[in-house]
Design a protein around this ligand. Structure first.
Ligand SMILES: *[C@@H]1O[C@H](CO)[C@@H](O)[C@H](O)[C@H]1NC(C)=O
Ligand SMILES: *[C@@H]1O[C@H](CO)[C@@H](O)[C@H](O)[C@H]1NC(C)=O
Ligand SMILES: *[C@@H]1O[C@H](CO)[C@@H](O)[C@H](O)[C@H]1NC(C)=O
Ligand SMILES: *[C@@H]1O[C@H](CO)[C@@H](O)[C@H](O)[C@H]1NC(C)=O
Ligand SMILES: *[C@@H]1O[C@H](CO)[C@@H](O)[C@H](O)[C@H]1NC(C)=O
Ligand SMILES: *[C@@H]1O[C@H](CO)[C@@H](O)[C@H](O)[C@H]1NC(C)=O
Length: 303
């Protein structure tokens, strides 16, 4: 009987102990003193010695090719970016907090690297991700989906059998390499493979691959760049049916006019009719063909 009472008491005290355990996310934040107006976390780059640059790793995957406008030299992809860096003020022992090893916070609570994309011409319309994730070792991670409206020099000479390459250049807006080092977290083959798996819609394009070039600054006043080059190929079938086939058909008609005898005005009126048809086709074509001041597509010249 005595023994059972002791056991019961032990059980009670154990209960009391676990109530005192720190098991909520807020306990972690209290421990870190991570409050909305704590300047330690928001104002400056989170290093204990300013000479120590912050290492930022970047992952970019392509979700979709939403639009390619040759006329405006505009490329609109939908990309997923993951940015990671270290915050030296954050660390806790998960064992003290019931094993909590990561916490999500509103993004404005922490310092973030100021990454920009050089080719971007319009601000992102999709709302930015509201949360940032920190873990007990001090790693901070932001994931974001972005519709990027970017400029891209298109080469339309081989239209509709063209291949386009568009760059997305990531760099810090103001920080030099003394403050911030930027590097990609995966290599070209991984990024290509994962983007292929993720790809939702490709418009009239076929995604071929994504090449990652990491360009280190040449001197201490420079900046690191990461260049993602997206290579894609046009699916020409639409243009073959709508445009190449009719042109070939008219060509055959034109050639067949040689078979008509010269006598009478028949040949002339036939030729005029074909010419008229081609002119109308050309008017329609003007709408379809990508136009660009520097070079006319080969196909537009030949018709
Ligand atoms: C927590 O942060 C507040 C506001 O920045 C500050 O006044 C307070 O002294 C800090 N507390 C501890 C224990 O560091
Ligand atoms: C955060 O913690 C949960 C639970 O321990 C785990 O399932 C999840 O993978 C962690 N997330 C990250 C980004 O580490
Ligand atoms: C894209 O980036 C690659 C590699 O950095 C560079 O060689 C190429 O000239 C760039 N293309 C354009 C159109 O800027
Ligand atoms: C890319 O990374 C993967 C895994 O880390 C590795 O197996 C592969 O060989 C790498 N590819 C290149 C081209 O470096
Ligand atoms: C991507 O595709 C282009 C064109 O097919 C090719 O020249 C380039 O080497 C490829 N890059 C990679 C990393 O496979
Ligand atoms: C850039 O610098 C990093 C170290 O900061 C190094 O690991 C990487 O190989 C360098 N890349 C190039 C292309 O020099």
């Amino acid at each position: 009987m005595m023994f059972i009472q002791i056991l019961f008491l032990l059980f009670l005290s154990d209960e009391a102990y676990s109530e005192k355990m720190l098991c909520s996310y807020q306990d972690v934040l209290n421990y870190l003193n991570l409050t909305r107006n704590n300047e330690l976390y928001t104002m400056t780059r989170p290093v204990k010695n300013y000479r120590h640059p912050t290492d930022v790793s970047l992952e970019v995957l392509l979700y979709a090719i939403l639009d390619v406008v040759e006329k405006d030299q505009k490329f609109i992809p939908y990309v997923w970016t993951v940015t990671k860096w270290q915050n030296e003020y954050i660390s806790w022992n998960p064992n003290q907090f019931c094993g909590i090893d990561n916490v999500s916070l509103p993004t404005e609570m922490l310092w973030k690297p100021d990454l920009t994309i050089e080719e971007m011409t319009e601000r992102d319309r999709a709302p930015p991700s509201p949360y940032i994730t920190i873990n007990y070792k001090g790693d901070v991670e932001v994931q974001n989906d972005q519709v990027l409206v970017s400029t891209c020099r298109m080469h339309i000479y081989q239209f509709p059998f063209d291949i386009q390459r568009c760059n997305l250049t990531f760099k810090s807006a103001v920080h030099t390499i003394k403050d911030l080092r930027l590097h990609p977290s995966d290599n070209s083959s991984e990024a290509t493979e994962w983007s292929r798996d993720l790809m939702r819609t490709q418009y009239e394009w076929l995604f071929i691959n994504m090449t990652i070039n990491s360009i280190n600054a040449s001197d201490s006043f420079g900046q690191d760049f990461v260049v993602y080059t997206i290579t894609m190929k046009r699916k020409p079938i639409l243009y073959i049916v709508n445009f190449l086939l009719p042109v070939l058909f008219f060509l055959c008609l034109d050639l067949s006019s040689f078979l008509i005898s010269d006598s009478g005005g028949e040949k002339l009126s036939f030729k005029v009719t074909v010419l008229l048809a081609i002119t109308v086709l050309q008017l329609i074509l003007n709408e379809i063909l990508p136009s660009s001041s520097n070079r006319i597509p080969l196909i537009g010249k030949s018709s």
